[in-house]
Design a protein around this ligand. Structure first.
Ligand SMILES: [Zn+2]
Length: 277
């Protein structure tokens, strides 16, 4: 369960551990699925979805037209439809009794009021809060963005504050930044939660572009060894590319004396059995 003390940090080898235990799959856009063995019974796999959007054009072929029924947790960073709209369907379809949506309080109220999600199907929290499920620990962190929810009549309602998450499981601390601009307090996220893997938006227009994301990695997030860009290419406006991101990293890393970080294109994580290197 992560590296919570200096002694454990020395003993912890996140990349080897993650290779053995944690599977990460890209679901298109900002959606990811993390699979981790249960801490009591390793034959049971726990499934954590983050911002799954089942209507996105890059959803893996085998998931098209289906709603997954294996979710233990569905983490939602904010109310915008391309992050939040599939959560009610996934939680209702789950075969796991304790399955829960994790999001801010206001967004969970929206799910209850407008999508028939039951109170026991959620674990609302707020930034700075942490929930420990045994097989993983979920830390809610800040994001610099907006958050509104779409009503059935196409008007908008407030969706509370946007957030990011650090999911700690199997020795890895996976930071999903949600939709965000770069902000200086990413340094606090690095200091407190030591993210080993970064899932960062690079599309631009609505979030950081490649330059801002490369600055965030180089200046504020030195603990990570792997970064996976997301939220690009889905619509024409999301123009940022992995190549631009890498080019900016090559410029910023020496400036901030940061160790080079491995960039993995999310398309490489589309197969269910993909494990991080
Ligand atoms: Zn958004």
């Amino acid at each position: 369960m992560g590296c919570s003390s200096a002694k454990q940090e020395r003993q912890c080898t996140p990349l080897q551990t993650i290779n053995r235990k944690v599977k990460l799959r890209w679901l298109g856009h900002s959606g990811f699925r993390i699979e981790v063995p249960d801490i009591q019974d390793a034959s049971i796999n726990r499934c954590i979805y983050i911002d799954p959007w089942l209507d996105n054009p890059f959803l893996p072929e085998d998931l098209k037209g289906k709603v997954p029924n294996d979710a233990d947790l569905v983490l939602i960073t904010h109310g915008h439809f391309d992050h939040s709209s599939s959560a009610p369907g996934i939680i209702k379809a789950s075969s796991k009794k304790e399955a829960k949506i994790i999001c801010n309080y206001e967004l969970f109220q929206f799910y209850q009021k407008h999508h028939g999600v039951k109170e026991e199907q959620g674990a609302p929290m707020n930034k700075g809060g942490q929930l420990d499920f045994g097989y993983c620990r979920v830390q809610m962190v800040s994001a610099d963005h907006s958050s509104t929810c779409l009503l059935r009549d196409q008007t908008m309602t407030q969706g509370g504050e946007p957030c990011g998450f650090v999911v700690s499981a199997g020795g890895a601390n996976i930071y999903h930044a949600g939709d965000t601009n770069v902000f200086g307090n990413m340094a606090i996220i690095d200091k407190l939660y030591k993210p080993t893997h970064l899932l960062l938006p690079i599309g631009g227009s609505f979030t950081m572009g490649p330059r801002e994301a490369a600055y965030a990695v180089s200046r504020f997030l030195p603990s990570a060894t792997v970064t996976i860009p997301m939220h690009f290419g889905t619509f024409p406006l999301l123009k940022g590319t992995t190549e631009e991101f890498e080019a900016h990293l090559r410029k910023f890393q020496p400036e901030f004396k940061r160790k080079p970080i491995k960039v993995i294109a999310p398309q490489k994580l589309m197969l269910l059995d993909s494990v991080l290197p």
